[in-house]
Structure formats: structure tokens, C-alpha cells
Ligand binder design. Structure first.
Ligand SMILES: [Zn+2]
Length: 474
């Protein structure tokens, strides 16, 4: 009896320890852990132990982020009264033209400190939507461009963008005050600060960024994503391929206790069954660069009922994601300034948290830096080997003397993140001995000699008819 009691206690002790560890270290219920442990090893002989290159060291120090100048820029934008796209483009004191002038002036200061490498462009265009009453309206966006140094990659552009237009409750009212401190002077401040951090003479010596980086402040967001839709067209007309687009919209406030919190990073699923859109791969790349303590990935194109400037890029099948503050306060967005029942409505500067916003700028800058340092992503990633014991991965890539090779990535179909399965020095086909095509998703990414990774490119199953099954053996 005592023996069996002891055995019982031992048993419960083990069970308790198991549950404790499972909960403490994974957050996954103990039952799921147990099931996973009882799967056959794959491959049976154990996984390869590939060499993993160290990522580039963080290039921008947190202390280098200038929250004061971000605050000053937002203050000047708010002082324009309104920045509704339908307000005046010519009045230097009030209206969206005032906002444009503030941004151009700041980009010009930064360009001067860059040793002339940062190029400032004012892009003027016309656009029409329901929210321009169906009439073509003049719009302008401001871009600062830091050209890439690598002849093959300089036509790949990584974009960071905020929108400088703002709105009161009535999106057609050009007269009402619309400070737009959070939505989206904060995103503009992040984009502009990224330009300063990454273009400063001395920070980015010649040859540092292989690809081009474009820092954008667009208009027309509140009238129907007009500025970002045009930015995509403009980039194509200039012959750029979009390597990635970071939209920063409502990234200024973090009012819940315990701030600063992680910034939210939205990415759409795409239209494929494994939900591995290019946007999702960009989100994963940003999380790997900045860390899970900084980035809260949300696998959804945007918040319900809202949209943003990453959307036209996402719909075009390009990698595009949205940064947004952790917990929005709708009393401080899209509101005509007023007090009702003791509640204050309005997007004022005093609700902003510059420590949080500085973190967002830091994370955007580092993501842009490492992406612009990386080799081009592989192309034509394919998976073959269905109904055979071995998965076969293949991909192609142009020659690149700065690339050390490729990482083969895999993950459980239920996992959100990639893991490195193996390393391959060259493109072509790699056989994953004893690995089923069916239990994991697969991808490949390029690794530079500098340790920077391209975004991952998931494999597509080769549409080849499978061999006929042997009767009685399937
Ligand atoms: Zn916005």
C-alpha cells in the first residue's frame, strides 16, 4: 500500500513537473506538448547541424534616436491647424501645404548632414476618389531617397512611410482643426527620423546599403490611400522593385500602464492556403531583426474596419506591413476637437509617448538597415517529392559575390515562425533526406557575408502529377 502510494505520488510529482515546465516555458497546454513528443523523429537520423552566420550587429544605438527632433517635427505639423488633403496647398501657415513645407525643410536639413547622399523629391500628382467628390484633386508627397551602392540591388527599394494628411470627424471638411499628432504626424516623424539615423554622414559609409531606401511622407491617406497608391506607381515608373514597405500609422501613443509596450505589426495572409504572403515574410523578417520583445506580430492585414497605406502594396502581392501602437484610443483619432459629457475628443500632441515612438523609430531603422544590407531573396522556390520519402527543394538566384549561401527554413504547419533546417552554398536543388513534404512548410532565404538575411521565400509545390499509387500500399 505504502509502495503504491509512493508510486502514485511519484507519478503525480512527475506529472506536476511536466505540466509546470510545459506551462512555464511554452505557454502551450501540456497535452499538446505530449502529443508532439510522440511524433516520429523527422528525419529519422536527426536534423543537420548547419553553420548559422551571425546577424549584423545592431547598427543604430537607441540613444542615437532623437526624440526631441521628432517632437519638434510633430509640433510644427500640428501648428498647421489642419492637414486635410482637401485644404490649401499654397497657404504657408494653415493647411496641408504648410505640412508639406515643414517636412521638406526637415528632410533638407537631414540631406545636408548626409553629405549630399540623401535626395529630397516632392512628387506632385492628381487623384480622384469618392472622398474628393469624384473630382481630380492636386496632391503632393515628399520622399527622401538614399540610393543603394550595389549596381544589382540599387533598383530594389525598401520604403518606410507615414502620412502627413490629417482629418476631423468629417473627412470632407477642410476648415475644421485636425491636429493629427498621432494620426499620423507620429508615422511621419518615424519615417523622417529613420532618414536621419540611416543617412548621417559617418553612420553609412559608402557601400553600406546595397539596396535603396526611400523615406516617405505621403498625403491623401484619409481620402482613400491616394498617396500610397501613387507611391507604388511612382516607384514602378522609376524602375524600382519594392523589396519591402513599412507603413507607420498611429505609432505615437502608448497610454496603458507599463509602457513602453511592443508595437503591433500587421501583415495580411495573402490568398494562399499556407498564409505565407510576402507581407507575412516581411513581418517575420522584421521580428527576427528587432526581436520578439519589440515586435508583436499580428497575422491580419489591418485592424477591423480600418485601412492603411501598406494596403495597395499588399494587394499588389508585395511585402508590406503596418506598424501601429499597442492600444488605440478612438477618442483621439479622426475626431473634431470638442468636449462632450466631460470627455475630450481630439488627436493632440499631449497624448503621445515619445519613449515608445523612439522605440518604433529605432526598430524601423534597424529593419530597413538590415534589409538594405541583405542579398536579393531567392526566386522560384519549389517543393517536389510528394509521395516519396524525401522532400526536394529548389530555387534560383543570380550570382552575388557578397552572398555566402542560403538557409533552408522549415516550420510545423501550426507554427508562426521559421526555423533553420539546413544551409546550402548554392542555388539549385537540395534533397532533404527522410523529410516528408507534408508535415512542414518550407522556405529559402539568402544570407550575405555580412550576416544579413533576405526575406524568406516559401516554396510552392511543383504541379506535377504524382506517380500512381501502388495498389494496397497507400
Ligand atoms: Zn492614419
Amino acid at each position: 500500500m505504502i509502495n503504491s502510494m509512493n508510486r502514485l505520488r511519484e507519478h503525480f510529482g512527475t506529472l506536476f513537473a511536466f505540466v509546470f515546465f510545459a506551462l512555464a516555458f511554452s505557454g502551450i497546454p501540456a497535452v499538446a506538448q505530449r502529443v508532439a513528443l510522440r511524433d516520429p523523429a523527422e528525419p529519422a537520423q536527426g536534423k543537420p547541424q548547419p553553420r548559422v552566420w551571425a546577424r549584423p550587429a545592431r547598427g543604430v544605438a537607441r540613444q542615437a534616436v532623437d526624440e526631441k527632433s521628432m517632437r519638434a517635427l510633430i509640433g510644427k505639423l500640428v501648428a498647421c491647424g489642419t492637414r486635410l488633403t482637401l485644404s490649401s496647398w499654397t497657404d504657408s501657415k494653415r493647411g496641408i501645404g504648410c505640412g508639406r513645407d515643414v517636412i521638406v525643410a526637415r528632410f533638407n536639413e537631414i540631406a545636408k548632414d548626409s553629405g549630399g547622399r540623401l535626395q529630397v523629391v516632392v512628387d506632385k500628382f492628381e487623384s480622384t476618389s469618392e472622398r474628393t467628390s469624384g473630382k481630380p484633386m492636386p496632391l503632393e508627397s515628399v520622399y527622401a531617397i538614399l540610393p543603394g551602392s550595389d549596381p544589382k540591388l540599387a533598383k530594389t527599394v525598401f520604403i518606410v512611410s507615414g502620412h502627413f494628411d490629417s482629418r476631423p470627424s468629417n473627412v470632407m471638411d477642410p476648415e475644421a482643426d485636425a491636429p493629427g499628432a498621432d494620426d499620423d504626424a507620429s508615422g511621419v516623424a518615424v519615417s523622417v527620423e529613420c532618414a536621419r539615423l540611416l543617412s548621417k554622414a559617418g553612420v553609412s559609409r559608402r557601400g553600406t546599403y546595397r539596396a535603396t531606401i526611400l523615406f516617405a511622407a505621403v498625403s491623401g491617406e484619409e481620402q482613400g490611400l491616394l498617396g500610397s497608391t501613387h507611391l507604388l506607381e511612382w516607384a514602378k515608373q522609376q524602375g524600382y522593385a519594392v523589396g519591402g514597405m513599412l507603413d507607420d500609422d498611429i505609432v505615437g501613443a502608448d497610454s496603458a500602464a507599463g509602457a513602453p509596450h511592443r508595437v503591433r505589426l500587421f501583415s495580411g495572409n495573402g490568398e494562399i492556403d499556407d498564409a505565407d504572403s510576402p507581407s507575412r515574410e516581411l513581418a517575420r523578417a522584421v521580428e527576427e531583426i528587432d526581436g520578439r520583445a519589440a515586435i508583436r506580430m499580428i497575422f491580419r492585414v489591418d485592424r477591423y474596419g480600418r485601412g492603411g497605406d501598406h494596403y495597395p502594396f499588399y494587394k499588389a502581392g508585395l511585402p508590406a506591413v503596418r506598424f501601429t501602437e499597442p492600444l488605440e484610443d478612438y477618442r483621439h483619432q479622426h475626431q473634431t476637437l470638442r468636449t462632450e459629457n466631460g470627455i475630450e475628443y481630439g488627436d493632440f500632441e499631449r497624448y503621445l509617448n515619445f519613449t515608445f515612438m523612439g522605440d518604433v523609430a529605432w526598430d524601423n531603422a534597424e529593419a530597413l538597415r538590415q534589409l538594405a544590407l541583405s542579398p536579393a531573396p531567392p526566386k522560384n522556390a519549389k517543393l517536389a517529392g510528394a509521395v516519396t520519402p524525401d522532400a526536394r527543394l529548389s530555387w534560383s538566384a543570380e550570382d552575388d559575390a557578397e552572398r555566402v549561401g542560403f538557409e533552408i527554413l522549415w516550420r510545423e504547419t501550426t507554427d508562426p515562425r521559421w526555423q533553420v533546417y539546413d544551409f546550402a552554398a548554392s542555388p539549385g536543388e537540395t534533397v532533404l533526406k527522410g523529410v516528408s513534404t507534408d508535415n512542414h512548410f518550407f522556405a529559402a532565404r539568402a544570407v550575405g557575408k555580412n550576416g544579413a538575411r533576405s526575406i524568406a521565400v516559401p516554396t510552392e509545390m511543383e504541379r506535377r502529377p504524382p506517380p500512381l499509387p501502388t495498389p494496397g500500399k497507400q
